[in-house]
Ligand binder design. Structure first.
Ligand SMILES: [Fe+2]
Ligand SMILES: [Fe+2]
Length: 198
């Protein structure tokens, strides 16, 4: 059994460990799509998969520590303000705690674990990214809403009009991404969402 085989098994185990937490907000699909985007981004931009892949799979496990009403207030196009920020920070902080427990239970190498935890702690708030790994995680997380599946799921989840989400993404996306590859993907996808919402 080669290293790649071991790696894909490990990634499966991380997914399995994260699932019960991700289910709470219905984030399994979001996580799978964002994970796929990290693979695409790493091909073009680089980044260490040993940090990036566990980080993206575990990044949203912290939503499990908030109730649905808090999640609604903390997240999305219509949220904002101090309370939204406070709740959002909880999902980052609690996510880091849960992710640490999961990685320790899987006996993952501490040098990677430390970096993964610090990315999760800042994944939705830090306006800078300290490493290429952090850039890739943040960009992949955001690309979800541009994908066909993510765009339409967010419309349902946040009870938005399709045109509302489309306009929101269209006006803001040029400033959201750290990597050129993510910016290009978002630009292509938003054009397609525009056609679908017409
Ligand atoms: Fe998040
Ligand atoms: Fe996310």
């Amino acid at each position: 059994m080669g290293i790649e085989m071991n790696w894909s098994k490990f990634i499966q185990r991380v997914f399995q460990s994260a699932e019960p937490y991700l289910k709470k907000r219905g984030d399994i699909l979001h996580t799978q799509v964002a994970h796929q985007y990290t693979l695409v981004l790493m091909k073009q931009e680089g980044g260490d998969k040993k940090i990036v892949e566990p980080a993206i799979i575990l990044h949203d496990v912290g939503w499990s520590s908030l109730d649905p009403i808090q999640i609604q207030a903390a997240y999305g196009v219509r949220s904002g303000g101090k309370e939204a920020d406070r709740l959002n920070r909880i999902h980052e902080r609690e996510g880091a705690v849960i992710a640490l427990q999961i990685l320790q239970s899987l006996k993952y190498a501490p040098q990677f674990t430390d970096e993964i935890i610090s990315i999760i702690q800042r994944h939705d708030s830090g306006i800078t990214a300290r490493s290429i790994e952090e850039q890739v995680v943040k960009d992949a997380d955001k690309l979800w809403r541009f994908s066909k599946i993510g765009f339409w799921e967010e419309i349902e989840r946040q009870e938005l009009e399709p045109a509302e989400l489309y306009q929101y993404l269209l006006t803001r996306y040029p400033e959201w991404f750290f990597t050129d590859t993510a910016l290009i993907i978002a630009g292509k996808e938003i054009k397609k969402r525009g056609v679908e919402t017409m």
